[in-house]
Write a protein that binds this ligand. Structure first.
Ligand SMILES: Cc1ncc(COP(=O)(O)O)c(C=O)c1O
Length: 296
């Protein structure tokens, strides 16, 4: 197989990307009835693979999709796809759908779960986004699993987040800031949100209805390593507007400074020192010691 940088494996078999097709009767297609993970490599090795596979398992359990293979097999399939892709650094998406079945909503009618691994060259935001920071636009949104027993599962139905992102972009922002009906910050469309005030870092807790980000966890560890106090607590939108610094985190964007939210400038309108220090520490912790930062 040629090295295009993009590799797809379906049920453990590597297929050429233009032949990577699944049935229209797959429930991932019909209902978004699937769970997934997105992560990247550093130095060619998948970062926090155990944590991502554990979250995949937890998401699958919450929506009662039995994982078709064990984590060792999934790990091997991810590593084989990475080797076939031959990228310097890769983006990896692992999807598990409930499988195909008759045109019935009833999950009991589904056949066997289907698994897909997609590897692509990683494409982080441009340098300018890190140099100058980005804008967020607040959007009231409720997601597919909010207020259900599956809250916190990373399910493939991202329609509410997608519409929130569309609205944010129409308002000139790079990312949506999802706010709940009480006016409390939840997270981004595909990121977690942090505020910094008086040198302390705060981020909404899991009970706020967030997807508990793996980057979020590593940034909290980076803060502990730097002796910076952190709180997982409710963050009202008004408090976020008035904070010294705001940043978002995700596996692909790492830690991206936010300098504007709606019509408010955050702090001095430039990426702040705490955001920069945490990002530097995060990069060191993932093995990028001494390498240029995305804003260099
Ligand atoms: C809704 C949501 N929150 C947070 C995140 C960040 O999670 P992670 O840091 O594990 O990539 C994502 C990532 O896609 C997401 O979709």
């Amino acid at each position: 197989m040629s090295r295009t940088g993009r590799v797809v494996a379906i049920d453990g078999t590597v297929v050429s990307p233009d032949r990577a097709v699944v049935s229209v009767f797959d429930r991932g297609f019909l209902y978004g009835d699937a769970v997934f993970e997105v992560f990247r490599t550093y130095g060619g090795a998948p970062f926090a693979l155990d944590e991502h596979l554990a979250r995949l398992r937890s998401s699958a359990e919450r929506v009662f999709i039995p994982l078709p293979v064990d984590e060792t097999t999934l790990r091997r399939e991810v590593e084989a796809a990475l080797a076939a892709a031959g990228n310097d650094e890769s983006y990896i998406r692992v999807i598990v759908t409930r499988g195909t079945g008759p045109l019935s909503l009833d999950p009991a009618t589904a056949g066997s779960p289907l698994r897909v691994v997609i590897v692509d060259p990683v494409a982080p935001p441009p340098r300018e986004a890190y140099v100058h920071g980005v804008a967020l636009a607040s959007v009231r949104a409720r997601r597919a699993v909010d207020d259900t027993a599956a809250a916190g599962a990373k399910v493939s139905n991202y329609l509410a987040s997608l519409l929130a992102l569309r609205e944010a972009k129409a308002r000139g922002a790079a990312e949506a800031l999802v706010v709940d009906s009480a006016g409390h910050v939840v997270e981004g469309a595909t990121s977690n949100v942090f505020v910094v005030a008086g040198g302390r870092v705060a981020t909404p807790p899991p009970s706020a209805g967030i997807l508990v980000g793996i980057t979020r966890a590593h940034v909290l560890l980076a803060a502990a390593g730097l002796g910076i106090s952190t709180d997982e607590r409710t963050v009202p939108l008004g408090e976020l507007y008035a904070s010294d610094e705001v940043f978002i985190t995700s596996s692909i964007r790492e830690l991206l400074p936010v300098v504007r939210v709606d019509d408010r400038t955050i702090g001095g309108g430039v990426p702040g020192p705490v955001s920069r220090a945490l990002h530097r520490r995060f990069r060191d912790d993932v093995g990028m010691v001494g390498r240029p930062m995305p804003y260099d």
